[in-house]
Ligand binder design. Structure first.
Ligand code: IMP
Ligand code: MG
Length: 178
């Protein structure tokens, strides 16, 4: 149904589950005794945020924010948001969770914004990182896997809002978007 649009699979459902569990374990160790606020980035980050949260064996609290270049709420600098925070991060240890780190522009601004709101610490967790695509100086603290500069879909990652619900992650055939 959707798999015919993929050139190849880069990460299977089982592999995703494995790296998410591994990151959850690390985060559990690192945040023992802290007040962890997990912030998922809409819409793509929903899948990893939900799965990761169940692998963190701590009494965390969760929020979701929406960032986008066409969001109508300008919160700070030129960061536009389609959904602003519902939970005040003041004094909390914030972990921003997103599907993929690409240019890094949005995520860097998002981290700075949480710092401005008075978070005690701000870290970033991404399922996938495209190290060759970074356009600003940003680094994720927890990375599931690195990928090349290819356009991928699935497990939250979309093309024109589609393919998010694919259980596996794959490279989209060029003919689909060219
Ligand atoms: P950036 O790091 O600020 O450029 O923003 C990263 C966002 O770009 C991600 O949250 C995705 O929504 C989107 N993105 C980047 N690379 C891909 C891809 O390969 N497939 C689908 N979406 C992508
Ligand atoms: Mg996204």
């Amino acid at each position: 149904m959707m798999y015919q649009d993929l050139e190849r699979i880069v990460m299977t459902k089982d592999q995703i589950q494995e790296v998410v569990a591994k990151m959850g374990k690390e985060i559990t160790e690192d945040y023992k005794g802290k007040e962890l606020l997990v912030v998922g980035v809409l819409n793509g980050g929903v899948y990893i945020t939900v799965d990761l949260s169940r692998e963190i064996k701590l009494p965390i609290i969760m929020d979701f924010v929406g960032a986008s270049s066409y969001g109508d709420t300008v919160v700070s600098g030129d960061l536009r948001m389609t959904k602003t925070p519902s939970i005040d991060p003041k004094g909390k240890d914030v972990l921003i969770v997103e599907d993929i780190l690409d240019s890094g522009r949005t995520l860097k601004k998002m981290m700075e914004y949480y710092q401005e709101l008075g978070a005690n610490s701000v870290k970033l967790c991404v399922l996938l990182d495209k190290p060759d695509a970074h356009k600003v100086d940003v680094q994720a603290d927890y990375v599931g896997a690195n990928v090349g500069n290819e356009f991928i879909v699935g497990y939250g990652l979309d093309y024109a809002q589609k393919y998010r619900n694919l259980a596996d992650i794959g490279v989209l055939k060029r003919e689909i978007y060219e």
